[in-house]
Design a protein around this ligand. Structure first.
Ligand SMILES: [Zn+2]
Length: 180
């Protein structure tokens, strides 16, 4: 439990407040560290399946951020993450998918009500429960992840707005102008 407290302090310093989603993220990271046996300073790659609070934990604790490319969002709207270690481009690496398991949260009524949104439950009410339940709320399994090849960055000047943008297809209009 000591380590969770330490993680929660990092989250509070980062975002000013430990939201329930970030408390969940802290537990998911603890599980991944144990199961995947990460070194202390190892770069950790995270794909969050929701934008809701969960990403804050990884940005605050293991410095996996959108900017450094170690945090991705694949928004399925689920309280789930996929975590893996660094690999060479094109290489297949073992990853862990961890989800807040409704078959387990059901044993913790306050958490379950918060999760299923059947009652308005405050962070003050649910956070202590999340900490008390610890790792008992989660399920996980291994998945294979293919490390993406580094794409060559080509900068194009948009024909319409004249602003430089990263070219990702054959068009010479930026995505913003294309939408107009
Ligand atoms: Zn443009």
């Amino acid at each position: 439990m000591g380590q969770v407290r330490e993680y929660l302090d990092l989250i509070k310093n980062f975002s000013g407040f430990a939201s329930p989603g970030s408390v969940i993220g802290a537990h998911m990271l603890l599980i991944a560290r144990k199961v995947l046996d990460f070194e202390v300073d190892e770069e950790i790659y995270v794909t969050c399946e929701t934008t809701n609070c969960l990403p804050d934990a990884f940005q605050a604790i293991c410095k996996s951020t959108i900017g450094n490319g170690r945090l991705n969002i694949l928004d399925t709207g689920k309280m789930a993450v996929i975590i893996n270690r660094k690999g060479m481009p094109g290489e297949t690496v073992q990853a862990l998918r961890i989800i807040l398991d409704p078959e387990k949260t059901v044993n913790y009524p306050i958490i379950h009500e918060w999760y299923m949104n059947t009652r308005k439950v405050s962070a003050e009410e649910v956070n202590p429960e999340l900490i008390r339940a610890g790792e008992n709320l989660y399920s996980w399994y291994f998945v294979d992840v293919i490390v993406p090849e580094k794409e060559k960055k080509i900068i194009e000047i948009c024909n319409l707005c004249n602003e430089p943008f990263i070219k990702r297809n054959e068009l010479d209009l930026c995505p913003a102008c294309l939408k107009r």
